[in-house]
Design a protein around this ligand. Structure first.
Ligand SMILES: Cc1cc2nc3c(=O)[nH]c(=O)nc-3n(C[C@H](O)[C@H](O)[C@H](O)COP(=O)(O)O)c2cc1C
Length: 320
């Protein structure tokens, strides 16, 4: 078994459809994130040669290590696509991650994502097939269960069929994102298998990262929503795990990081970046004085360069 991650106690950016694009991944890496994941990619879409789907596999020029997350439910098709992904990305591919946790109706209605938690034998067959075809480690991300707690037995099936590591987001499919992530489920899975277990769910600060580790003894931490509008969280978590003090960015620094995000999007996507930016920017403003009026002005801006100017002016104002 090979440890699929680039460091001993990796801090990972979770795959998030609509958010973890080239730009956001690079920004998180610049703040110390050890490994990022693509948004989930349809194996079927890739097998049909769908250009938009294939675009999810485009990496940034400086992106040296990434996990590609695939979803699907057909072992042979997933295996075939995994091989093609390995051939295409070569050494820049860290691992293939299989999505067995997505709760969205349009995904589970096809038997994909968390629907696979109801068909563990099929999930095992998928892991086995993809393992045989893949030149890199194969990992799986899943949930606590469909509507109850089945994650320990499911994790054992994945391990038996050759998964190199697993990530658990301990909410059921029925819960979606409601309630709190059940860390005792991660602790139970960690105690039951010998492959690495990555803990995910509700890590929003250095302190909560530490608590996750202490409570579950997991082998790495994955941060999702806690990184949106706060890519510096990776630096904060690493300081906290080292027992070092961490000074969060000031309002001016936060606005400058948002500005950097806007500039990176402009370089990557040009005028098309406006839609992307509108998703990310409000998250940088949470808790800031005058956030509401700045949010409105950012939303009304007609171009990425107008947004850049607004952020620059606001950052200057914040220093006064
Ligand atoms: C907008 C959004 C998109 C997501 N997309 C994916 C995805 O493509 N693949 C996946 O495995 N999980 C996806 N997730 C789930 C996250 O990876 C993560 O498991 C979940 O948000 C819990 O972690 P958190 O509390 O740190 O956010 C998504 C979550 C959000 C909020």
């Amino acid at each position: 078994m090979s440890f699929p991650y680039p460091s001993n106690m990796p801090i990972l950016l979770a795959p998030m459809a609509g958010y973890t694009d080239i730009v956001f991944r690079a920004l998180c890496v610049s703040f110390g994130c050890d490994l990022t994941y693509t948004e989930m990619v349809s194996a079927k879409g890739l097998s049909f040669g769908n250009a938009k789907t294939a675009d999810y596999l485009t990496l940034g020029d400086n992106e040296t290590s990434v996990a590609v997350q695939l979803f699907g439910h057909e072992p042979d098709l997933l295996a075939d696509v995994a091989k093609k992904v390995c051939d295409k990305l070569g050494e820049r591919l860290c691992c293939i991650d299989l999505n067995m946790g997505c709760p969205a109706q349009k995904i589970v209605s096809n038997g994909d994502g968390s629907a696979l938690m109801r068909t563990p034998a099929l999930a095992g067959a998928i892991v086995e097939a993809v393992k045989k075809a893949s030149a890199v480690p194969v990992t799986v991300k899943f949930r606590k269960g469909w509507d109850g707690d089945t994650c320990v037995s499911f994790a054992k099936v994945l391990e038996e069929h050759g998964a190199d590591a697993i990530t658990l987001h301990p909410r059921t499919r029925v819960q979606q994102y409601e309630g709190t992530a059940d860390r005792s489920a991660i602790a139970a899975v960690k105690a039951a298998v010998s492959i690495p277990v990555i803990g995910n769910g509700d890590i929003t600060s250095g302190q909560s990262a530490k608590e996750m580790l202490e409570r579950t003894h997991c082998d790495g931490l994955m941060v999702g929503r806690g990184a949106l509008g706060r890519p510096w969280i990776f630096r904060e978590i690493k300081a906290s795990l080292r027992g070092e003090p961490y000074a969060p960015p000031t309002v001016e620094e936060r606005l400058r990081i948002a500005l950097e995000h806007a500039e990176r999007i402009e370089v990557q996507k040009g005028a098309h970046g406006l839609v992307e930016l509108r998703k990310h920017l409000p998250r940088y403003l949470v808790g800031m004085r005058n956030a509401a009026s700045l949010r409105v002005r950012l939303n009304e801006a007609k171009s990425v360069s107008e947004i850049r100017q607004l952020l620059l002016d606001s950052a200057k104002d914040a220093t006064i």
